[in-house]
Design a protein. Structure first.
Length: 397
């Protein structure tokens, strides 16, 4: 077993950290206030190969391992504490990978290269206005129609609706098949005739939009179907397994950054005649946060390692082990990041409540993963419960 990074991985990590320090940090307030990631930031990400990293080189990606992608996600979460850039990054990585694994050759050649260049957007559409956790009860349908499919329904709380509309692109969309008992997973271009979009007003990660798409008999060509008809649910679950690992890594990066900021502050901020860091009430909190971040960081690295060993190779033989590792880290990482940012804000006292210190960006951003983005915490608990006790212990079985 090897815990150290290879020389190549370390060099890449350093390059992404430099990008975080030099490009993301100076832009994070602007990303938050302007409500978009500047084009020059996306261009630089593309230049470094950071967009849709696991996509094979023949489709424009770098064919990166999950471990390397996880390392990059951590650095991007550290660089832009608002999480907007991390969300953009991990959507392209996770769902770009899903498309490269299950998409038709024509779709991959058409959709993936511009995604990897940062000139179009690729997202995921599963959630509906009636709920996101109980996906099996979704209402959006796809009907076989001549050479393709007709999609009808509505998806909500989708990341990147505005980006896909303005830059071009679309979402991998999970739909109930009217021709079988199963689900179809289809790439639906956002600007397809029949679609209307709406942007929601979020409280955080303002640099990437969240919104809804209504599909009024939207025509989708057959080449945009992922894998086999009726088997889409499994492909979506697989994509979530990959994307959730990168979500967790981004949370680790945000937590590390917040703790660094906090340690620097408590080293010098005086109270009662000595630095705050000398008071064990504060020092021990810092130690506990460090310990939790380290634990979740290695939990995350192991999840990525399992993805490389099995999921990314299309090997389903360790499905339960992978599912548990990923659900456990997605259950742990957002609360650890949230708690770290919150505690450090409190060390700063009144200053922590200001935009000048900038930790509030992180609090608002990480909260998205507490309320539900990429699956709610209780859904992670349900996955773990199912794997530990068996399917018959699911409350609705
Ligand atoms: C900023 C942001 C971006 C998002 N981006 C996307 C996106 O790009 N694409 C997309 O498809 N979706 C996206 N989502 C939606 C996300 O996937 C959903 O929020 C999530 O799946 C939960 O669905 P819901 O919000 O409808 O909550 P519900 O399913 O209504 O659940 C509400 C609460 O109850 C809990 N709960 C649900 N069932 C149970 C149960 N059986 N036992 C105990 N607790 C339960 C949930 O964990 C949650 O806390 C995004 C959400 C946010 C906040």
């Amino acid at each position: 077993m090897e815990f150290d990074l290879t020389d190549e991985e370390r060099a890449f990590q350093e390059a992404v950290r430099r990008f975080g320090d030099k490009v993301l940090r100076p832009n994070e307030r602007r990303i938050d206030s302007e409500g978009r990631i500047p084009k020059e930031v996306l261009d630089e990400m593309a230049r470094l190969g950071l967009l849709a990293m696991p996509v094979p080189t023949e489709y424009g990606g770098m064919g990166a391992s999950a471990v390397l992608t996880e390392i990059a996600a951590e650095e991007i979460g550290r660089g832009d504490l608002s999480m907007a850039t991390a969300v953009f990054f991990l959507l392209e990585a996770g769902w770009g990978w899903a498309l490269s694994r299950h998409g038709t050759e024509d779709a991959k050649r058409e959709i993936l290269p511009p995604v990897c260049q940062g000139s179009t957007f690729l997202g995921i559409a599963t959630t509906e206005p009636t709920g996101g956790s109980d996906l099996a009860r979704m209402r959006t349908t796809s009907r076989r129609d001549g050479e393709g499919f007709t999609v009808r329904g509505e998806k909500a709380f989708l990341s990147g609706v505005e980006e896909a509309r303005t830059m071009g692109g679309g979402h991998l969309t999970l739909t109930k098949s009217t021709d079988s008992d199963g689900f179809n997973f289809l790439y639906v271009p956002t600007s397809a005739p029949g679609n209307t979009t709406q942007r929601f007003q979020n409280m955080g990660r303002m640099g990437i939009s969240t919104g809804a798409i209504t599909y009024a008999d939207t025509k989708v060509p057959a080449r945009y179907l992922l894998g086999e008809e009726g088997r889409g649910f499994g492909y979506a679950v697989e994509g979530f397994t990959v994307a959730r690992t990168f979500v967790s890594a981004a949370c680790v990066g945000a937590a590390e950054r917040a703790l660094e900021v906090g340690l620097e502050y408590i080293r010098q901020r005086p109270a009662f005649g000595q630095p705050l860091g000398k008071f064990e009430g504060i020092q021990f909190e810092a130690v506990d946060l460090y310990t939790q971040i380290e634990a979740v960081k290695w939990q995350c690295r192991r999840a990525a390692w399992l993805l490389d060993r099995y999921t990314l190779r299309g090997d389903d033989s360790h499905r339960s082990e992978v599912a548990k590792a990923v659900a456990a880290v997605k259950l742990t990482a957002p609360p650890v990041a949230f708690e770290t940012v919150k505690r450090v804000m409190m060390w700063f006292g009144a200053a922590g409540y200001t935009k000048d210190v900038g930790l509030e960006l992180g609090l608002r951003g990480v909260m998205s993963y507490m309320v539900g983005a990429e699956g709610g915490l209780n859904v992670m608990r349900m996955i773990l419960g199912r794997e530990l006790l068996g399917k018959e212990f699911l409350p609705y079985s």
